[in-house]
Design a protein around this ligand. Structure first.
Ligand code: PLP
Length: 480
């Protein structure tokens, strides 16, 4: 494709995206296609021998692809956690794709590395993180990982490195997270060879939670004590700031204190994948209390900070251990800059070798909106969530089943486990309208038994008050 032809196609693509921004709310939020429908609309073998025309391609996009999407950019998308997007985020992606550098080493694109370092320092300052996580500190710094799951894995591998360095013959490496922690903690254990499958608890301890679904530090203490007593080596604790099911906030200061007392040197990772974004507002920074004791932490601007997928900010106070766990230098990667010790090679901070220039989009998002613009964005979603919560509480058919810490409201039709089926039907009816999309989880009730819960996650980039009002109307009108 020549630059001239690219310009023509590109204009059409940008028009298509700009139209989509406006049209996203007109589609059924949850795709209605059945398994195989999309594949059936795309000719099978042989692949096309000739090239496609612009019109044909964009017609196919409209006819085949759009109906097969679940519209994460719809302002009526309230399922899971959001997957944010914005004009500046998209433009950053376009530019990054156009320049298409591989920033694996400083030398393979100095600007990619140095911008990333700078943007991560900005972001650390915006979140009020302690100086030990900045690149200007002696041993700390940050980088962009693809996802929070990758950050968890990187942190776990660093933790293992530290434990093995301290005691090369250490046995029974054991890791800890709450029963509400994201599945990526167990998946990391599986990848690292510490769990043979999701249910293997030989080296994994899932710590019980309190009535707010936050990790109980006293139970962590007991588990550490038992394991240390049995000659095992606690090496990794993952605390969650904003759990996936209910945005519960684990008590990081108490967890850090327990670790200091029972298993000094054990790595503490803070997973703030969703809720971390709220900490750009000083009034929500209490959630980051105690992170000065963490060895690493992460959050996802791609969830709730207007930055297109993928973008997870990861910081550590102990970069030597992170790179010690992940660095390997074959001859073909040797270069003067790396050997000078004056540069960062981000390949040493992550699982793959190659890496995208993700800092560009985050840089543009921060510069376009400014800190105040981003704070206003977060505050508005939290205001809408508080409003929604009030409506739910005022309707006696419903109950709110977890404290709302930021912009997620967990609620259900009243009743014990016997009301689960009605709640499931309610969610099915809501989503069948196509007007909104919510998802569910299971949370322990006052009797400790799991209950089916609906999650109203407010945080899609385009969500306004009118969309939340629509959602509440749809929910009330769907009660079985
Ligand atoms: N951690 C938490 C607390 C999450 O809520 C999620 C996803 O919702 C993840 C990790 C996984 O995020 P990612 O898709 O970036 O790996």
């Amino acid at each position: 494709m020549s630059p001239e032809e690219f310009r023509e196609w590109g204009k059409r693509a940008v028009d298509c995206v700009a139209d989509y921004m406006r049209r996203a709310e007109e589609f059924p939020v949850l795709s209605r296609v059945r398994p195989g429908d999309v594949a059936a609309a795309i000719p099978g073998s042989p692949p096309m021998q000739g090239g496609v025309s612009q019109n044909t391609f964009f017609d196919d996009l409209e006819r085949v692809i759009l109906p097969g999407l679940t519209h994460w950019q719809s302002p009526n998308f309230h399922a899971y956690f959001p997957c944010n997007s914005s004009g500046p985020g998209i433009i950053g992606e376009i530019l990054s794709a156009g320049l298409n550098v591989n920033g694996m080493l400083w030398a393979t694109s100095p600007a990619a590395t140095e911008l990333e370092t700078r943007v991560l320092d900005w972001m650390a300052e915006m979140l009020g993180l302690p100086a030990c996580f900045r690149s200007t500190s002696e041993r700390g710094g940050g980088c962009i990982q693809g996802t929070a799951s990758e950050s968890t894995l990187v942190a776990l591998l660093a933790a293992r490195k530290r434990a093995m360095q301290k005691s090369p013959t250490a046995s029974g490496l054991t890791l800890y997270a709450s029963t509400q922690a994201h599945s990526s903690v167990i998946k990391s254990a599986m990848i690292a060879g510490l769990a043979s499958g999701p249910e293997d608890r030989s080296n994994v301890r899932l710590i019980g939670t309190d009535q707010n679904h936050a990790m109980r530090a006293d139970l962590l203490k007991r588990a550490l004590s038992e394991d240390v007593g049995a000659g095992r080596t606690p090496f990794f604790v993952c605390a969650t700031v904003g759990t996936t099911s209910s945005t519960a906030v684990d008590p990081v200061p108490e967890i850090a204190e327990v670790i200091r007392g029972m298993a000094p040197g054990c790595w503490l990772h803070v997973d703030a994948a969703f809720s971390g974004a709220a900490c750009i507002c000083p009034e929500f920074r209490w959630m980051f209390g105690g992170v000065e004791h963490a060895d690493s932490l992460c959050f996802n601007p791609h969830k709730w900070l207007l930055t297109n997928f993928d973008c997870d900010c990861f910081w550590t106070r102990d970069k030597e251990t992170v790179t010690g766990a992940l660095s390997i230098t074959p001859e073909y990667l040797r270069n003067q800059a790396s050997q000078s010790g004056q540069v960062i090679d981000y390949r040493d901070w992550q699982i793959p070798l190659g890496r995208r220039f993700r800092a560009l989009k985050l840089w543009l998002v921060i510069r376009y909106y400014g800190v105040e613009g981003l704070q206003a964005y977060i505050r508005e979603h939290i205001r809408l969530a508080a409003m929604f919560e009030k409506w739910v509480r005022a309707d006696e058919r419903f109950e709110v089943v977890a404290p709302r810490t930021v912009s997620l409201v967990c609620f259900r039709l009243r009743g014990g486990p016997e009301a689960d089926a009605r709640n499931r039907t309610l969610l099915e009816r809501i989503n069948a309208t196509g007007k909104v999309y919510l998802s569910h989880t299971m949370l322990p009730g006052p009797d400790g038994k799991d209950r089916y819960v609906l999650r109203m996650a407010i945080g899609a980039s385009a969500t306004e008050e009118r969309h939340v009002r629509t959602a509440w109307e749809v929910i009330r009108g769907s009660v079985p």
